[in-house]
Design a protein around this ligand. Structure first.
Ligand code: ZN
Length: 167
């Protein structure tokens, strides 16, 4: 078990929808382990499989303060949502960029655990935002895709400049 390299924007893996997991086997168990390790190593609160280069509908998350509450969901879907909230977000695949977007305030998410059991999570606050962010990833959607046109243009300019400074 080792942390994986995180796939960075604008890699097209990040904008490709992931495939449903049809069988929960050893490969999926190892994937979840690797993703949790990678999330902790990067000091993130959530990670989706495409971010480690795997186009499968698997997400991990931990919004606990002591970082010992790692959860995972296979084939997660939002089955209920309520309210709206505007808050700041970032993404491990787009280092150093943060901006504010609108999300559902409360969500109920259904999915499978590694035992193949159906589970439901009702979430508000940080966990709600985190789950929505990670579920977007498995659809090939990034938080910058949810910015207004003006803000997206600002991001594009930032990215161009940032990239020319880095490479
Ligand atoms: Zn992200």
């Amino acid at each position: 078990m080792a942390p994986k390299a995180i796939v960075l924007y604008p890699d097209e893996i990040l904008t490709t929808p992931s495939a449903e997991v049809s069988k929960i086997d050893e490969e999926i168990r190892l994937l979840v382990d690797d993703m949790i390790e990678t999330m902790y190593a990067a000091n993130g609160i959530g990670l989706a499989a495409p971010q480690v280069g795997v186009l499968k509908r698997v997400i991990v998350f931990d919004t606990s303060e002591d970082r010992t509450g790692a959860g995972h969901l296979i084939n997660p879907v939002i089955i209920e949502h309520e309210g709206e909230v505007i808050s700041e977000e970032g993404c491990l695949s787009i280092p150093d960029y943060r901006d504010t977007i609108t999300r559902h305030e409360i969500v109920k998410v259904a999915g499978l655990n590694l035992n193949g059991e159906k589970i439901e999570i009702s979430a508000g606050d940080l966990l709600s935002r985190c789950l929505q962010h990670e579920i977007d990833h498995i659809e090939g959607v990034l938080f910058i895709d949810r910015l207004s046109k003006i803000k997206r243009d600002m991001f594009n300019k930032w990215f161009k400049k940032h990239r020319s400074e880095r490479f």
